[in-house]
Design a protein around this ligand. Structure first.
Ligand SMILES: [Zn+2]
Length: 624
């Protein structure tokens, strides 16, 4: 009750601040640039919703999957294009971080798009155990829709070449349904923009990953496109219209044209930090531990095969392809030139695949970003020409960071490792067997979430001795820091325990586990068979530690005051800030408008609320 009231007061104050801000903006003298924009807008239309020149003609959300916040600090001297422009011309929120523990792709993208956290939007992971269906589902699984490929027949199940939350290079996920945003419980900013601005707004999103493109666009859109790593086909689903401009683009630009190419370093060798050879990489078939990487498929490959598609996804060619696809959509739909404010979102997945394979200290990650920098430079120049400088706004962020490769860090003497999920499961079963619990007692362990078989958890809750024995057994597994019961994090007021609060912000009762496991710092989830830890190599993310939570948040363009901001921020602040810029209202959000970065605002960063605080202090005790 008290929590609900607090949220209402919080939102009401946000709305009144927004009204005030709009009034302040309206009263400001127009700059020379604004007046020319206004003149042009007056010429174009007298009725359109965007005749107010302080509103963007195009909102662009760019997400780089698995881009750690500190990559900007460490690698920006390698950039000359779009990433450099974001840093130089944008409002960079240096301390931005997710405040929850489930730092995964679906969760981060849903947070960026809605301005809310998983406890509200419901996307608690890339996949979770569905207790009613008694099976694992992906976050975008929707049995009521069908996936539709732009060429050939679409594969079901999310179209992710890794197919998994866990960075394990397997194929399609457990989902045999089509994909939509049906499981995202509140609207995306893009949906609100279209609904509140009118039919003039077009909404387009694209990514290699279904869970990225779909969550950024929302439940309905003009075009949502993702890629199936098993077949190499671009697709959408019956939840969205089929877009002729995407069909035409993929026909004209077959991915197979990249077959046989070799990915070699772009920059002079002296420009890269760290060692050329990756430590214990988990790289795709056909890739070695250092450059160059040939895109020639499996050992017996005679043409584009599954191994080639995984290599392609784990290469800069995929990002260049997406950037060109986005430019093409801007041209074909004349985005930013219509009567309303248009929306375009692109999520680049390859840094994630490269990072999982080679780790955050690899030449490969640096090279991937250096090439993305070039691609984004070209993309922004294209927007300058087509939409117009000063007429669009870009929000740039990431869905999560990543841990170092444990074996790489361990060389320094720091404790790091792989928390074996099957070993945890065996410990639970071995503990409960002599206590006369039906075997198996565990339905699924999905990252942090332990789901017991039906009735087992109810029985455990009235059997304090058995429950404590299970918690002790999990806690004694190598790499486990803490175990929480669902009841400890469900709908409780914020505490002074940051780890518990991070678990609470990521908790959604019907979807989250009965128990939640928090690994020790620098321990990553390992899904290999027990006794063979580390078989997969590479690294991962998905914990409440700062290396997984901290990501860039950079805003650039119309209405944005450039600068470096050190106050608390989260990627959940992006949607409320864009809503303020566009003059619309989000029904619910936990993020705040980043008023200090808005032109004409008198705002200074306010005191951090419990939900938007920086987690740097939060992790000081446990992160090393
Ligand atoms: Zn990942």
């Amino acid at each position: 009750m008290a929590g609900g009231l607090t949220r209402f007061v919080y939102c009401a104050s946000q709305i009144s601040a927004m009204v005030l801000l709009i009034a302040v903006l309206a009263a400001l003298p127009v700059t020379a640039q604004n007046s020319s924009v206004q003149t042009a807008a007056r010429k174009n239309s007298t009725k359109d919703v965007s005749r107010d020149s302080s509103k963007p003609k195009l909102v662009v959300i760019l997400v780089v999957d698995q881009m750690r916040g500190d990559y900007v600090d460490k690698f920006q001297q390698q950039w000359t294009g779009g990433l450099k422009r974001l840093v130089d011309e944008g409002a960079w929120f240096h301390e931005a971080a997710y405040p929850y523990g489930s730092t995964e792709t679906c969760v981060g993208h849903s947070t960026i798009s809605t301005g809310a956290f998983p406890a509200s939007h419901g996307m608690i992971g890339n996949e979770w155990w569905d207790r009613e269906q008694n099976k694992e589902v992906t976050c975008t699984a929707d049995p009521s829709v069908k996936n539709i490929a732009y060429e050939g027949s679409a594969a079901p199940g999310g179209g992710d070449p890794t197919g998994s939350a866990h960075g394990v290079m397997s194929n399609n996920g457990p989902n045999s349904a089509g994909d939509s945003a049906v499981k995202m419980l509140i609207p995306a900013f893009a949906e609100e923009l279209k609904f509140q601005s009118g039919a003039g707004t077009r909404v387009v999103a694209m990514s290699l990953k279904a869970r990225a493109a779909i969550t950024l666009a929302g439940h309905q859109a003009d075009s949502v496109t993702w890629w199936d790593g098993a077949t190499g086909l671009w697709q959408t689903s019956s939840a969205y219209p089929q877009a002729p401009f995407i069909a035409e683009f993929v026909k004209l630009h077959p991915i197979k044209e990249d077959y046989g190419k070799t990915w070699a370093p772009l920059l002079p060798e002296s420009a890269y930090l760290y060692d050329k050879t990756a430590v214990n990489p988990g790289s795709p078939t056909g890739y070695g531990a250092e450059f160059p990487h040939p895109l020639r498929g499996g050992p017996d490959s005679k043409g584009p095969d599954r191994a080639f598609y995984l290599q392609w996804a784990t290469s800069p060619y995929a990002e260049t392809y997406l950037a060109h696809m986005a430019e093409n959509v801007v041209d074909k739909l004349k985005l930013g030139s219509g009567p309303g404010t248009d929306f375009l979102s692109v999520s680049f997945s390859s840094v994630d695949y490269v990072g999982h394979s080679f780790g955050p200290r690899s030449w490969e990650v640096q090279d991937e970003l250096a090439r993305l920098d070039r691609d984004l430079g070209e993309f922004f120049t294209h927007l300058d020409k087509t939409v117009g400088l000063g007429k669009y706004v870009v929000a740039f962020s990431s869905d999560h960071g990543v841990a170092p490769v444990p074996e790489d860090l361990r060389k320094t003497g720091v404790d790091a490792g792989r928390l074996n999920v099957e070993e945890v499961r065996n410990r639970i079963e071995q503990t409960l067997e002599p206590l006369h619990y039906t075997k198996p007692s565990v339905s699924k362990i999905d990252g942090a979430n332990v789901y017991f078989t039906p009735d087992t958890y109810a029985k455990l809750k009235s059997d304090a001795h058995a429950l404590q024995a299970v918690i002790d057994a999990i806690q004694s597994a190598p790499g486990v820091a803490r175990v929480y019961q669902a009841e400890e994090v469900d709908d409780r007021p914020a505490t002074r325990n940051p780890m518990r609060d991070a678990e609470a912000a990521g908790f959604f009762k019907s979807r989250s586990g009965d128990l939640l496991i928090v690994p020790k710092p620098y321990w990553i989830w390992d899904y290999s068979a027990p006794g063979k830890p580390g078989r997969n190599g590479g690294t991962s993310h998905g914990t409440p530690y700062f290396y997984d939570q901290r990501v860039p948040v950079i805003l650039m363009g119309v209405g944005i005051r450039r600068g470096k901001y050190y106050g608390p921020a989260t990627p959940g602040d992006i949607a409320p800030t864009l809503a303020t810029l566009c003059g619309i209202t989000l029904a619910t959000h936990e993020g705040r408008t980043l008023a200090e970065a808005l032109e004409g605002s008198q705002s200074k960063p306010g005191p951090a609320s419990s939900q938007t605080r920086s987690t740097s202090d939060a992790n000081a005790s446990s992160d090393r």
